[in-house]
Design a protein around this ligand. Structure first.
Ligand code: ATP
Ligand code: SF4
Ligand code: MG
Length: 353
């Protein structure tokens, strides 16, 4: 596939979990796409459906406990309803996922090199053990592990946290996947290692032209990495579009809240951190209307009781069709520039005036 072709197309995806307490509506009507060579950042608070939707892309949900509807195409192959054996051959080969917790992804009893080699052999049954070991060393080297020919024979606990994360990335990339999903890949790491890992992902992407989905709480990470951004709230997309557009001209009050709680992202030295009040919505009994309404301080600007009664559709914003948002506000651009930005980043607001 050429650069520019959407490699991952998620269309109207819904994931529900029947539980003793009722139906958990983890993801509802979610659509997005990612081209080869591009990065999508998915942001949203805890429980917004970021991991559940991404795990569906890798076919990681148990059909007995998850109800999945809609379509997910990976390189043209429909993943929803795909048999486990076909899914296995896609996973690790065309699509790989790296997780927040490298310790959970690496088996403590096996040497790192053996685990990497196994991941290679699954998709290269013709290869010898020696070739797999050589490939493991090469990948450890690629992700910046010093003395890879010695480190390959060590156990995960002999690696530092940053090195384990690198080893997991090496495992994810060992078969040159076209799509890499990174679920909070740097959250557990200190800031310096975090920056190194993000650089590494970017280098590897430019080399392999892979599509990347990076899931994070941190809009700073998104600003650095992503071409497009998807903001999720209560299992739904609430704002989606080009990264720069969303960071500079966000149109949905929830996105404003996320931006307000990450001062660096505006590059304003006088920026203030203002956490979003209240809690994420229940997915068992989601609020009526706009799911963000119980926490939204701008809903009085919408006429009548629309916010509490009517779910806003995901519609193009004021700046073009490829920036969509789910909100009833008629003039979000002005509200952001005149009310929100002066609160969170006075210098920047002054500059734009
Ligand atoms: N197997 C399951 N059974 C029931 N509910 C589930 C199951 N898996 C996830 N959920 C629920 O689905 C919702 C979405 O979870 P998800 O893990 O996608 O959130 P997230 O956005 O990744 O959050 P975080 O930032 O904390 O990782 C949560 O409310 C979670 O409790
Ligand atoms: S639809 Fe209403 S409640 Fe929802 S974000 Fe917009 S203004 Fe706030
Ligand atoms: Mg998650």
């Amino acid at each position: 596939m050429e650069s520019g072709a959407p490699f991952l197309v998620v269309d109207d995806l819904t994931v529900k979990f029947p539980t003793a307490d009722g139906l958990v509506q983890a993801v509802t009507g979610l659509s997005y796409q990612v081209e080869l060579g591009k990065t999508l950042g998915i942001v949203g608070e805890s429980g917004s459906g970021k991991s559940v939707s991404s795990m569906a892309v890798l076919g990681l949900h148990d059909a007995r406990s998850a109800q999945i509807q809609g379509s997910i195409r990976v390189g043209g192959t429909e993943v929803v309803g795909l048999s486990e054996s076909k899914m296995r051959s896609l996973r690790g080969n065309q699509v790989a996922m790296i997780f927040q917790d490298a310790l959970a992804a690496l088996h403590p009893f096996y040497k790192v090199g053996k685990q990497l080699g196994e991941a290679y052999l699954v998709h290269h049954p013709q290869a010898t053990k020696r070739e797999a070991r050589q490939r493991a060393i090469e990948m450890l080297d690629r992700v910046g592990i010093p003395q890879p020919d010695r480190r390959v024979d060590q156990f995960p606990h002999q690696y530092s946290g940053g090195m384990r994360q690198r080893a997991m990335i090496a495992m994810g990339l060992i078969n040159d996947p076209s799509l890499l999903i990174a679920d909070e890949p740097t959250t557990a790491l200190d800031v310096t290692v975090q920056a190194q890992i993000l650089d590494l992902l970017q280098d590897l992407q430019s080399e392999f032209n892979s599509a990347i989905v990076i899931i994070t709480h941190d809009l700073g990470v998104v600003a650095e990495m992503a071409d497009d951004v998807l903001v999720m709230y209560g299992g739904r997309a609430v704002e989606y579009g080009p990264c720069r557009d969303i960071l500079v001209h966000p149109e949905m009050p929830y996105t404003w809240g996320l931006l307000s709680s990450v001062p660096d992202v505006t590059a304003d030295t006088s920026a203030r951190m203002i956490p979003i009040p209240g809690n994420p919505p229940s997915l068992l009994e989601p609020p009526t209307g706009c799911a963000f309404h119980p926490r939204c301080v701008h809903r009085d600007k919408v006429p009548g009781d629309l916010c509490t009664t009517t779910l806003p559709e995901l519609l193009p914003g004021v700046r073009g069709a490829n920036h969509v948002k789910r909100c009833h506000l008629a003039d979000p651009d002005t509200i952001y520039a005149t009310e929100v930005l002066p609160e969170i980043a006075p210098d920047l607001a002054e500059e734009l005036r």
